[in-house]
Design a protein around this ligand. Structure first.
Ligand code: NAD
Length: 350
């Protein structure tokens, strides 16, 4: 399995996208965000996506350089038309605007349609947290990617509809919740297929509605489905996913699951709260620090060494991979090289 530094992987990614006609400034944003996802340990939203995104560019479904258009807005909200540009670029821009609006008004909300896949959605609320604010992002898939069975159902009717919330802390390391409303992201099934691995029981059902550990069952004909978050309380993950479908897909107009849409996009909602407008940041940090110390002090259950805070695993993994390198599985590396060859880079330099 080849191992790369952040810089090497960013160069490879930038070179491929630039060769595929993506403007340099956009290629740099995409490379930074994909590699950040690998660094955080979320390989499902990292460079494994290069062949998929390049395929979407080739077929005209991603339009590099497309302008982000304001459909209408006030000082505190906006509806943007992404014009089918690169999701990562649109989402990063939109979050910057949400932060600016929140600085003026204490709260902002931005809804986006015609926006390609924005990748790891936690990247965007982290921008707000790094600016001392609370950031929230949720997306649906614009009515496509129906992999998740509704609670009690047997086939996929919803997308994995994730939500991410980030909050700053005094230490400077934000707390980050970044979860799908399904048990796992569909991308993790893709990673398991590429690695030839099975998946834990409880992630998937086959087309007969029976639990399965074979990741291929999700794409079989007829297909199986991912389960909603929550195990025996899967009704809660299902309910969360349904609400995210509405807030991501209906508010933006991107479309909800069941709309019949076939063009993959993220219907996006971003909300930012400027904490300092509500109370002194220092006071907020006192509350958060107290809460973190309180939960971390819990006696551990059998099989656990410590209590973790959301975002902690990713922060540690990032530190580890910055030091030790980012491993890319052989099949993913083969696909990346093949994609590079298709845009005239026979030998990747890094
Ligand atoms: P996951 O199941 O690994 O959950 C990750 C979250 O759980 C993180 O916030 C992490 O810090 C927290 N966590 C993990 N272990 C913990 C522990 N022991 N204690 C406390 N917190 C813990 O991730 P997922 O739900 O499979 O999602 C993976 C990624 O897929 C996310 O980054 C998501 O944004 C992305 N995604 C994107 C789209 C899209 O359309 N753009 C769709 C689906 C998923």
């Amino acid at each position: 399995m080849p191992n790369f530094t952040r810089e090497q992987l960013q160069k490879i990614t930038t070179d491929i996208f630039e060769a595929g006609g993506v403007p340099s400034n956009e290629a740099a944003i995409i490379a930074e965000l994909l590699v950040a996802s690998n660094l955080a340990g979320h390989d499902s939203h990292g460079v494994i996506r290069i062949p998929q995104y390049m395929g979407l560019i080739a077929s005209g479904l991603i339009q590099p350089g497309a302008p982000l258009e304001t459909e209408h807005e006030s000082l505190s909200y906006a509806l943007y038309n992404g014009n089918w540009g690169f999701g990562h670029v649109i989402a990063q821009k939109a979050m910057s605007f949400a932060i600016e609006k929140s600085q003026l008004n204490g709260i902002s909300a931005i809804s986006i349609y015609n926006c390609n896949h924005i990748g790891r959605i936690g990247s965007y609320p982290m921008m707000a947290a790094e600016a001392g604010m609370v950031g929230i992002t949720m997306v649906n898939a614009g009515g496509t990617a129906l992999y998740v069975a509704p609670f009690g159902g047997r086939d996929g009717r919803l997308a994995t509809n994730p939500i991410a919330i980030a909050t700053p802390t005094r230490s400077g390391q934000p707390i980050l919740l970044d979860i799908t409303s399904s048990v796992v992201a569909q991308g993790k099934i893709r990673v398991a297929v590429n690695r030839g691995e099975s998946v834990p029981l409880g992630w998937l059902i086959n087309s007969a509605g029976e639990p399965t550990s074979n990741p291929q069952d999700l794409m079989a004909s007829p297909p199986g489905a991912l389960l909603s978050l929550g195990g025996i309380a899967g009704h809660k993950g299902y309910a969360l996913g349904l609400m995210i479908d509405i807030l991501g897909g209906a508010l933006s107009g991107a479309g909800c699951s069941g709309s019949g849409n076939t063009r993959l996009q993220n219907g996006v909602l971003m909300i930012v709260l400027d904490i300092a407008k509500f109370r002194p940041l220092d006071d907020f940090y006192n509350h958060v620090d107290g809460l973190v110390a309180h939960v971390k002090a819990a006696p551990t259950a059998p099989g656990f060494d410590e209590i973790l805070i959301p975002g902690e695993i990713e922060a540690r993994q990032t530190e580890h991979r910055l030091r030790e390198g980012i491993p890319i599985d052989d099949e993913t590396w083969r696909q990346i090289q093949e994609t590079a060859g298709e845009v005239g880079i026979p030998e990747l330099e890094f």
